[in-house]
Ligand binder design. Structure first.
Ligand SMILES: *[C@@H]1O[C@H](CO)[C@@H](O)[C@H](O)[C@H]1NC(C)=O
Length: 439
């Protein structure tokens, strides 16, 4: 009996240990990372070497971490990083299951600290002499989590000639790629963390948001955190949450009302004295089209007539639209119709696009009519507009109809014959009289 209970206890212990080990390793995975640095032999060229980032949240557990590295990994190719904020422990940076193509991305490179001359940053380094604290090896790491869940930029300091850096500044964003509807408010996430034990932490910070599109850059907003004021803003309706900024390092940008021209890359940069880190994110304004059919309502058509119908799509962005036509007859089945042409696009004052599709509809193929639908497929969603189509007159005539038609035709023939006979006889009478007069 005691045997059984001790086995039981052993099992329980093993399971508990396993759970603890597994969970701690999944919380702080080792990250594969490229060390990119300037090639000492060739100026301008860079070299890339594969490294492993071993991350702990506590300096004291670093020794334990060094024991954890797999035996087939050369310890010279490992960075032992201490990240008290545990930002680098995000699950989206875990190695993916074997065989999967997707991977987190990571790059680490030597970082050159220097004072910034930007108007909203220079007050941070006003004393002019740099602290001894800066004399160390500095690195900057850029990480992108799986499925773009998270982007991280970290500045780390390692005692000279060690590969044991401490994270000093981290900037992150969870909105790496955002889509927003036109005219709605949008939040571009940016958060930062500063090691409170660093001498640089108490001396203020600055935040800058820049916008880039097709190679052209522009300042959106600059905030001088030392004197707590917005130093510059180039975009109406762009703001920060100043309380969250000072309390939690929430530097998210809020655009009050999105416009088409807001699509592009946004860069959030956080400055400490001598240090800076930045993350970039994409915003795309996606607005599906509004559709209208002209003429509306459609005129009554007779069989064999060709109806020209236009479908107007307007107010959409980006410029990516597929337009087509469908017809649903009396049988209730929809079938596609061949569109005659699609016009080139126009751009409206608000940056949205417009386009129209023309249909030349041969009404002899649509029976007595049905429902005509214009379909527009857009990244923002598919839109449809319908109108009813009526064709009057005979479809394919029945036997009775044919008989009646023959009857009517005969009657008409008789009538015409009679009328023409009456007229021609009176005509000859008149002609006779005239010839008589001439004589
Ligand atoms: C940052 O601030 C914005 C605006 O107040 C808020 O919506 C967002 O949830 C905050 N983010 C975090 C991580 O607290």
């Amino acid at each position: 009996m005691s045997n059984f209970s001790s086995i039981y206890k052993l099992c329980l212990l093993t399971v508990t240990c396993c759970i603890q080990a597994c969970s701690s390793s999944s919380r702080c995975p080792a990250v594969e990372c490229w060390l990119v640095q300037e090639n000492v032999n060739r100026r301008g060229a860079t070299t890339q070497e594969k490294f492993l980032l071993h991350i702990t949240t506590d300096v004291n557990s670093r020794d334990a971490a060094s024991e954890q590295i797999p035996s087939d990994v050369n310890p010279d190719t490992v960075f032992f990083i201490t990240d008290p904020a545990a930002t680098l422990c995000h699950q989206s940076l875990s190695p993916p299951p074997r065989g999967s193509e997707q991977k987190a991305q990571c790059e680490i490179s030597p970082f050159l600290h220097q004072p910034s001359t930007l108007k909203w940053v220079s007050p941070l380094t006003v004393s002019g002499f740099s602290p001894v604290y800066l004399q160390a090896d500095w690195f900057s790491a850029a990480l992108l989590g799986l499925n773009k869940q998270l982007v991280i930029s970290s500045i780390m300091r390692a005692p000279t000639a060690t590969k044991e850096p401490n994270v000093i500044l981290t900037v992150t964003s969870k909105t790496v790629s955002v889509q927003a509807r036109l005219g709605k408010p949008v939040l571009l996430d940016c958060g930062f963390w500063v090691d409170p034990s660093s001498p640089l932490s108490g001396s203020g910070f600055a935040v800058e948001w820049r916008y880039q599109f097709r190679g052209k850059g522009q300042l959106v907003l600059a905030y001088d955190g030392k004197s707590d004021r917005v130093a510059d803003t180039q975009e109406e309706g762009a703001r920060l949450d100043f309380e969250g900024l000072h309390k939690n390092g929430n530097a998210s940008l809020i655009l009050q009302e999105t416009k088409v021209r807001h699509s592009g890359t946004y860069i959030c940069t956080v400055y400490l004295p001598y240090l800076q880190a930045q993350v970039a994110m994409e915003l795309e304004i996606v607005e599906p089209p509004s559709l209208s059919i002209h003429p509306s309502p459609l005129p009554l058509a007779v069989p064999g007539q060709t109806l020209v119908v236009q479908c107007e799509a307007s107010g959409f962005a980006p410029l990516s639209l597929e337009m087509s036509w469908e017809f649903k007859g009396a049988d209730g089945k929809s079938r596609p119709l061949e569109s005659a042409s699609v016009t080139g696009h126009r751009q409206a004052w608000d940056g949205t696009y417009g386009q129209s599709a023309r249909l030349e509809l041969d009404t002899s193929n649509v029976g007595t009519g049905g429902e005509l639908t214009c379909v527009a497929v857009h990244p923002g969603g598919t839109r449809r507009a319908s109108t009813s189509l009526s064709v009057i007159g005979f479809g394919s005539p029945s036997i009775e109809d044919s008989m009646a038609m023959v009857g009517v035709a005969l009657l008409l023939y008789g009538l015409i014959k009679f009328v023409s006979w009456t007229f021609s006889s009176s005509d000859t009478d008149v002609a006779d009289e005239e010839t008589k007069k001439e004589k």
